[in-house]
Design a protein around this ligand. Structure first.
Ligand SMILES: *Cc1c(COP(=O)(O)O)cnc(C)c1O
Length: 387
């Protein structure tokens, strides 16, 4: 990690903030406030309160007995982010940022959303904290995810379809940033993954680090030792960086990020700037961000968090890709063996664990970060399996 990370948000050559001057000022102020409040005992007490009483933390680190038997190698533990309120890890970050927004006196929260998961989590927290909530969503995405649009509206949010560009996530981010430039005095931009200009990657990691803070304590209680590997899926990289954070300095722990083989940003991307920060990006022949496709909407992004780009470059974490077939099979296997239907995103981590567990010994341990539950994906899988 470069020594100027605190000020500039660099992870080696990656990260930073490549944004217009007016936005630089706004994010500079946000950064200042974040570094102040993250050390503030009252802020942290309030954060712990909502994580416990509203999100339902700690969530368990479940020993997957049947899966361990079936795979015949390393012991498999599941970190149960699927049991959080709203069904995934996203709420950890949303609660952290909305408490910061409140301290900063914001009356209005804006967010981008692709498939709608982050939009729903944000709308949920805004309902509870009585904040005005505006969600920017690509017009194409609002059509494909009509039910999530309805969920956000039920929760009192206003969903604005973005018709510019291709009407996708990228365009929604651009619109949200424009809104922030115009309304920064009253508005807080609640970004959904460990991406974007500084301080977002650092801030999102901070709020998601609760995942590995708990899993480390839990595995030491249950097994008296650290895991041999931690495996998480990677879209923008927020659940993975949260699952890795407290193991980064434990060199005996392998950290493995899993991507779809149709959006293999970390294995095939090249250093480039996207959405105001530098990271590994999938580019086409003309050097433009390549349109990606994943059966898991949450992993469908041509860039990735700057810290993952750095961990890849220095070799501290390994990044691998799995196929749709492997993911679908893992989705079904976890459902059948453990009675847990995972999100399609999380099923990527399960699919890779299945490959390495049998090659490990029975006294070794793998923690799979189960980033979310699969209720949202059941209908899609139903149609895919029928065809
Ligand atoms: C959004 C989402 C992801 C991908 O986002 P990251 O920032 O990479 O964690 C993964 N799993 C679930 C369940 C999601 O909703």
């Amino acid at each position: 990690m470069s020594p100027n990370e605190h000020e500039e948000g660099y992870f080696g050559q990656f990260g930073g903030s490549f944004i217009p001057p007016e936005l630089k000022e706004v994010l500079g102020y946000l950064s200042e406030q974040f570094y102040t409040y993250k050390e503030d005992p009252e802020f942290n007490q309030e954060l712990r309160y909502y994580l416990r009483e509203y999100v339902g933390r700690d969530n368990p680190l479940t020993f997957a007995i049947q899966l361990t038997e079936a795979w015949g190698g390393a012991k498999i533990y599941l970190k149960r982010e699927d049991l959080n309120h709203t069904g995934s890890h996203k709420i950890n970050n949303v609660i952290g940022q909305i408490l910061l927004a409140k301290r900063m006196g914001a009356k209005r929260v804006i967010a981008e959303t692709g498939a709608g998961q982050h939009g729903v989590a944000t709308a949920t927290a805004c309902a509870m904290f009585n904040m005005e909530c505006i969600i920017y969503m690509g017009a194409e995405d609002t059509k494909r995810q009509a039910l999530n649009v309805f969920r956000m509206e039920l929760l009192g949010a206003k969903v604005i379809p973005v018709h510019k560009g291709q009407g996708r996530l990228k365009d929604a981010v651009d619109e949200a940033l424009n809104d922030l430039v115009q309304n920064y005095k009253t508005t807080f931009y609640l970004l959904g993954s460990a991406v974007g200009p500084h301080p977002f990657p650092t801030m999102v990691k901070h709020f998601q680090s609760i995942v590995s803070e708990e899993s480390k304590r839990q595995i030491l209680e249950k097994e008296g030792r650290l895991p041999d590997a931690v495996i998480a899926c990677v879209g923008g990289g927020s659940n993975a960086i949260g699952a890795f954070a407290h193991y980064l300095d434990e060199s005996s722990v392998r950290l493995i990020g899993v991507e779809p083989d149709q959006a293999p940003t970390l294995t095939e991307g090249v250093p480039s700037v996207i959405h105001g920060f530098k990271c590994l990006v999938l580019l086409d022949e003309e050097g433009n961000p390549k349109p990606t496709y994943s059966i898991a909407a949450g992993l469908d992004y041509p860039g990735v968090g700057p810290e993952h780009s750095h961990l890849q470059e220095i070799g501290r974490a390994e990044y691998v890709a799995v196929s749709n077939e492997e993911v679908l099979s893992a989705f079904q296997e976890l459902s059948r063996t453990e009675g847990i239907i995972p999100a399609l995103e999380s099923a990527h981590a399960v699919a890779y664990a299945k490959k390495i567990a049998p090659t490990m010994s029975r006294d070794q341990i793998i923690i799979i970060n189960l980033s979310g539950r699969g209720d949202k994906d059941v209908e899609q899988v139903f149609h895919m399996l029928k065809d």
